[in-house]
Design a protein around this ligand. Structure first.
Ligand code: MG
Length: 265
C-alpha cells in the first residue's frame, strides 16, 4: 500500500474544498439587479431654453437687468459697468471702472457666460478685446485663475494666451471663435483646488471648458494661479468670487450677457 505523508493529504483536502466552493460560486449566476442602484434619486432640474438659459437650480449672476450680484474688485463698492439692452459692458474708466467680481464666493461649479468682442474692435494681439473670466478671484495681490477672453478670429498672439486658454498654462484644443460682433459662449466646469492646514496643496484645480459648444480644455490640471510673469504657484484659499476683467488695453470694451452658475458638491 502506498503511503502519503500527512501534509500532502491535508493539501489535497484543502484543494478539494476550494474547488467545491468555486463551483458553488459559479452556480450563483450574477443578476442584472446586482448592479442596479435606485437611491438616492438625482434632483429634478428643469433645463433652460436652448440649453443656454439658466436651468431651474442655477444662481443667475447677470440676467440683463442689473449688476446686483457684482461689486468692484478693487474696493467692493457697487459695480459700475454699463447695463443696456440686456447687456453688461466693461467700463475702463480709471475712477468708476475696473474689474468686477461676484458678491458671492464659490468652490466647485458649472458656469455659463456669453461674451462679445465689439464689431468695431481695434488693436492687435493681447490688446484686441482683452478681458477674462477669473474662475477664482482669490484676493487683492493674487493673480487668480483666468480663462482668457480675447478676439481670436484671425488675431495672432501667443497660443497659451488666446481665447479659450487658461492664461499661460493651457493652450485651447481648438479655436472655435466667431467673428467680432457675434456672441460667444463659455461653459465651464471648475473643480477648486484644496489645501492642507499648513497651506500646502492637497489636490490641484481642474477645469473643463466648452467654447461655443466645442471642447477646448478637457479636465486640465492647473499648476497654480495664472501669472502674467513667472511660474504658476498655488496659494491657499477656501472659496472665491468670480471676476470679470477690465483690461487696461485701449481697444473698445467687450460685453457680457446671460451669466449663471450651478454650485457642485
Ligand atoms: Mg485677460
Amino acid at each position: 500500500m502506498m503511503r502519503f505523508p500527512i501534509s500532502k493529504l491535508l493539501a489535497f483536502a484543502a484543494m478539494t474544498a476550494m474547488a467545491a466552493s468555486l463551483s458553488a460560486q459559479q452556480t450563483e449566476k450574477p443578476k442584472p439587479e446586482d448592479t442596479e442602484i435606485w437611491e438616492p434619486v438625482p434632483a429634478v432640474v428643469t433645463p433652460g431654453a436652448n440649453n443656454t438659459a439658466p436651468p431651474s437650480d442655477a444662481i443667475v449672476l447677470f440676467d440683463g437687468k442689473n449688476e446686483d450680484e457684482w461689486v468692484s474688485a478693487k474696493d467692493h463698492s457697487p459695480a459700475k459697468w454699463t447695463v443696456a439692452d440686456g447687456v453688461l459692458t466693461v467700463s475702463k474708466d480709471p475712477v468708476n471702472g475696473g474689474s468686477i467680481e461676484t458678491k458671492r464666493s464659490f468652490k466647485n461649479y458649472q458656469l455659463h457666460v456669453e461674451w462679445k468682442i465689439p464689431e468695431n474692435i481695434t488693436g492687435s494681439g493681447q490688446a484686441r478685446g482683452n478681458s477674462g473670466v477669473f474662475l477664482a478671484s482669490t484676493g487683492p495681490g493674487d493673480a487668480g485663475y483666468e480663462l482668457q477672453v480675447l478676439d481670436a478670429f484671425g488675431n495672432k498672439t501667443y497660443v497659451n494666451g488666446m481665447a479659450g486658454s487658461i492664461y499661460k498654462q493651457a493652450i485651447p484644443l481648438a479655436n472655435p471663435a466667431r467673428k467680432p460682433g457675434e456672441w460667444e459662449t463659455y461653459d465651464v466646469v471648475w473643480t477648486a483646488p484644496t489645501f492642507n492646514e499648513d497651506g500646502s496643496l492637497k489636490t490641484p484645480a481642474y477645469v473643463t471648458v466648452f467654447f461655443n459648444g466645442v471642447l477646448v480644455e478637457n479636465h486640465f490640471e492647473l499648476q497654480g494661479q495664472t501669472l502674467y510673469i513667472g511660474k504658476p504657484f498655488y496659494k491657499k484659499y477656501d472659496s472665491a468670487p468670480i471676476k470679470l476683467q477690465a483690461h487696461g488695453d485701449k481697444s473698445e470694451p467687450i460685453s457680457f450677457r446671460n451669466i449663471w452658475i450651478r454650485e457642485l458638491p
